[in-house]
Every structure is written in structure tokens, then in C-alpha cells.
Ligand binder design. Structure first.
Ligand code: GRG
Length: 310
């Protein structure tokens, strides 16, 4: 028919991201009031509301809406994944881990509030994430989602954070740091799949579960998320090399000189770019069975991760 011949309408990706991020930011602000004891809530809010692109919560909302769920259903899981992301950054920045002074352009939580409060702010955010996800009253819709979906989401998220998820990635990363020989590629992939892809996967999968997606839809979206998770890190590695070589005005970037193992170091820049292309392609393949107009946000999110410049 004539309709089928028409090219798909332009999708305003920037507008989409800004609108969804604003919704998420409003909900985050309300979810952590300045209760007593004041200092801990100040620290939680300091890190949580410090900016950040809100990629994970937006993925969660997009995935929920893709399977036909409402935005309201996706808000509590979206807040939960951003809280867990933030707590993992707070703990990652601690002196006993990466010992960083700056995060999201501001002093890190422990720099601003001291180590004890930073550890506790992370713990409190982790706990609050599960409280919000599990409490039917957190859902700004009536009725709230069926409790079977909520229980499944809790289990997914718990697995993703724990000793076979985020924590596993961090542990293997720590064990691989400072060793003289470079890290083998399967180990590098293991670290990225756990440290980065696991939470992106949970974000997308929680959205699909809470929105009422079928098992096969959930698994398609899970594969999509794992691809963009790895893609995120491959692109990060590529940008590290190209950025620093631009800054230094020479071909060998800072990353090739440092002791951190990266994809360009292991397989070269060209092959790293090819790998990124493949991952982006594979991610989008998972979206083929969905309505193309409804899948537009996730298609563009994959491109955004693939073609970002920083
Ligand atoms: C979860 C109990 C528990 C402990 C945490 C410290 C740790 C275990 C894991 C480290 C996880 C980590 C720091 C992964 C890197 C994640 C990553 C890709 C961060 C950058 O994400 P962006 O670009 O950041 O989305 P913004 O600031 O935009 O949110």
C-alpha cells in the first residue's frame, strides 16, 4: 500500500533523550528526600543527582514501552538501575578501589563526604533500589504491575549486581590490574560483560519484564543489551586511543602506553572498529521482530553508543 512505501518518520532522538532524562531526574529527586540523618541523604543525593546521561533508566523505559508497557510501570525499575549504577561508581571511586578524585565533573563522594559516609551512601542506595522496585506503592500507576513481574525483576536485578554479575566483573578486573603481561581477550570480554553489560542488560530486561513482554521478547532484548554493553566498552577503548593521539598530535595514544589492556592494544584499531560495527549490527538484529517505529528509541540508543565522540 501507499503507507508501506513511506519512509519511517524521522525520530527525534535528542528530544527523546532529554524528555526521558527529565522524567527520570524528577523521579530520582523525589525518591531520595533529605530525611534524617541528613548527612547520609545529602551524600546519596550528591552522587545520584550529579548529572550523568541516564542511559540505563532510559533503556529501561524504552524497553518497557517497546513491549507495550506504560512509562509509569518502568519508573521504579528505572530508578533502581540508576541507583545501583551510582552506588557502583561511588564504591569504584573509593581509595581501596580506583581511588579517584573526580566523578561526573565533581569531587567523588568520599572526597566530599569522607570514606565512611561514601561506603554507607553506596549501601543505602543499593538497599533503596530494591525497596523501590519491590514496593507496589512506588509505581505511579493504579493498578501497579502484577506482583509476579515485580518478583521476577527483583531476582534479575539481584543476580546482575552480585558475585556473578557486577561484583564478579570488578573482582576479575582488580585481579587483572598490575600484572605485567596483557590480559587475554576472553578475560577482557569477561570483565566488560560483567562490569558494564550486566547492568545495561538488567536495565533492558527489567523494562521488558515489568512491561509484560513475552519470554522470547525478553531474551531478544537481553541479547540486544549484552551487545550494546560490550559495544560501549569497545568504543570507550577506541576513543581512549583516538582522543589521546589527537591531543598529543601523534599516533600512539596514552592508552597504548599505559598498562591497561584495551581492544586496540590486543587486536589493533582497525579490528576494534570492525568488532564495534559487528556488535552494533548484532544488537539491531535482535530488534527486527518488533514494530520498527516502536523500536526506534533502542535502535538510536545503539547508534548513540556506537558513534559517540566521548
Ligand atoms: C554493586 C555491591 C556492588 C559493588 C560494586 C565497584 C563495583 C562493584 C563495580 C564497578 C562497576 C563499574 C564502575 C563499572 C563501570 C561502569 C561504566 C561503564 C560507567 C560509565 O557509565 P556512564 O558513561 O556514566 O553511563 P554516567 O556518569 O553518564 O552515568
Amino acid at each position: 500500500t501507499k503507507d508501506r512505501m513511506r519512509p519511517p518518520p524521522e525520530f527525534d532522538f535528542k528530544g527523546y533523550m532529554l524528555t526521558k532524562a527529565a522524567t527520570v531526574n524528577r523521579a530520582l529527586d523525589l525518591a531520595v528526600p533529605l530525611a534524617d540523618p541528613r548527612r547520609i541523604h545529602e551524600a546519596m543525593r550528591y552522587s545520584l543527582l550529579a548529572g550523568g546521561k541516564r542511559v540505563r533508566p532510559i533503556l529501561c523505559v524504552a524497553s518497557c514501552e517497546l513491549v507495550g508497557g506504560s512509562e509509569a510501570f518502568a519508573i521504579p525499575p528505572a530508578l533502581a538501575v540508576e541507583m545501583i549504577h551510582t552506588m557502583s561508581l561511588i564504591h569504584d571511586d573509593l581509595p581501596c578501589m580506583d581511588d579517584d578524585d573526580l566523578r561526573r565533573g565533581k569531587p567523588t563522594c568520599h572526597r566530599a563526604f569522607g570514606e565512611a559516609i561514601a561506603v554507607l551512601a553506596g549501601d543505602a542506595l543499593l538497599s533503596l533500589a530494591f525497596r523501590i522496585l519491590s514496593n507496589p506503592n512506588s509505581y505511579p500507576s493504579s493498578p501497579s504491575p502484577p506482583s509476579s513481574r515485580i518478583v521476577r525483576s527483583i531476582s534479575e536485578l539481584a543476580f546482575c549486581v552480585g558475585s556473578e554479575g557486577l561484583v564478579a566483573g570488578q573482582v576479575v578486573d582488580i585481579e587483572s590490574t598490575g600484572v605485567s603481561e596483557s590480559v587475554p581477550i576472553d578475560r577482557l570480554e569477561y570483565i566488560h560483560l560483567h562490569k558494564t553489560a550486566a547492568l545495561l542488560e538488567a536495565s533492558v530486561v527489567l523494562g521488558a519484564i515489568i512491561g509484560g513482554g513475552s519470554d522470547s521478547q525478553v531474551e531478544k532484548l537481553r541479547r540486544y543489551a549484552r551487545c550494546i554493553g560490550l559495544l560501549f566498552q569497545v568504543v570507550d577503548d577506541i576513543l581512549d586511543v583516538t582522543k589521546s593521539s589527537q591531543e598529543l598530535g601523534k599516533t600512539a595514544g596514552k592508552d597504548l602506553a599505559s598498562d591497561k589492556t584495551t581492544y586496540p592494544k590486543l587486536i589493533g584499531l582497525e579490528k576494534s572498529r570492525e568488532f564495534a560495527e559487528e556488535l552494533n549490527h548484532e544488537a539491531k538484529q535482535q530488534l527486527e521482530e518488533f514494530d520498527s517505529e516502536k523500536a526506534a528509541p533502542l535502535v538510536h540508543l545503539a547508534n548513540y553508543i556506537a558513534y559517540r565522540q566521548k
